[in-house]
Design a protein around this ligand. Structure first.
Ligand SMILES: Cc1ncc(C[n+]2csc(CCOP(=O)(O)OP(=O)(O)O)c2C)c(N)n1
Ligand code: SF4
Ligand SMILES: [Mg+2]
Length: 263
């Protein structure tokens, strides 16, 4: 007969979870717009560093975008480099400190528009670093201009009638490109528009960092993040807009796995 579970035990576990709703590595208030998806992605990243027990050897390289202000509120060693150059800076850090867990935090404007060569060459060299892309399809920080990942039809400050392939070209699916490069250990694309997406993305970030810890080469997680301000929608409409636009053009899922653990 199975043992009866006591029901008068105080709910210490649940109370603890509520009390620690904010991860201890976030040490201040962010200044981003209501409904922005980037703070959700930050939280996923920091919680994962904690859960893997690698906070003290983690070194982040942050690009330029709205997420750039996170350097003031994240209790992790970081350096901020020139626009688009984070994979090159991360390469240098990892080569002189191979025991460090090195990650980049970049936007689509930073990684795919300004720094496309950097991420491709780092991937092709098989650098043992983890790149995190926050893809919202706009240069959010400078007012919402079109980037290389803006989806067809998407309105931005520089494509007010919607992105048109004839005038503006086609969006670049960076994760798909990187997934096809030899020397790459792990590539995935997640979203933070739904609770399920958040949970799935967190597993992807964990897999990417585990790939680096196992010495399996370059890893990339593209995270689709809401930018209601740059999309001309209200904060509550951000997740739905993302599902109907970006998540259709950029299907979430794992694109390359080397540790044999498909999520
Ligand atoms: C060499 C250079 N070009 C342009 C800029 C201006 N700039 C700063 S942030 C930014 C937008 C970055 O967009 P993204 O990486 O997509 O981040 P988001 O703001 O959307 O989160 C730009 C163009 C700069 N700082 N340096
Ligand atoms: S402009 Fe967009 S990316 Fe920047 S803080 Fe506002 S919602 Fe977030
Ligand atoms: Mg952006």
């Amino acid at each position: 007969m199975s043992e009866v579970i006591a029901t008068d035990r105080p709910p210490e576990g649940a109370a603890d979870r509520v009390a620690e709703f904010r991860p201890s590595l976030i040490v201040g208030e962010h200044s981003l717009c209501p409904g922005c998806g980037e703070p959700v992605a930050l939280r996923i990243l920091l919680e994962t560093l904690q859960e893997l027990g690698i906070v003290e050897r983690a070194i982040g390289v942050v690009g330029h975008g709205c997420y750039g202000s996170f350097v003031r509120i994240m209790d992790v060693d970081v350096l901020q480099c020139l626009h688009g150059r984070a994979p090159a800076c991360a390469t240098g850090i990892k080569r002189v400190q191979p025991a460090a867990a090195v990650f980049t935090l970049q936007g689509d404007g930073d990684m795919v528009s300004e720094g496309l060569a950097e991420v491709l060459h780092a991937a092709a060299r098989g650098e043992n670093i983890t790149c995190i892309l926050l893809n919202n399809g706009v240069f959010g920080d400078t007012g919402g201009q079109q980037t290389a990942t803006t989806v067809l039809g998407q309105r931005t400050k520089t494509s007010l009638d919607g992105r048109d392939p004839v005038s503006h070209g086609h969006p670049i699916r960076i994760a798909d490109i990187v997934a096809g490069i030899d020397g790459v250990g792990y590539v995935a694309r997640g979203t933070v528009g739904t609770a399920r997406g958040v949970a799935r993305t967190k597993r992807m970030v964990r897999s990417a960092l585990e790939t680096q810890l196992a010495g399996k080469g370059f890893s990339l997680v593209e995270i689709l993040t809401m930018c209601p301000t740059g999309w001309f929608v209200g904060a509550p409409q951000g997740p739905d807009y993302m599902e109907q636009s970006m998540a259709r053009a950029y299907a979430p899922g794992e694109l390359r796995v080397s540790l044999g653990d498909e999520r």
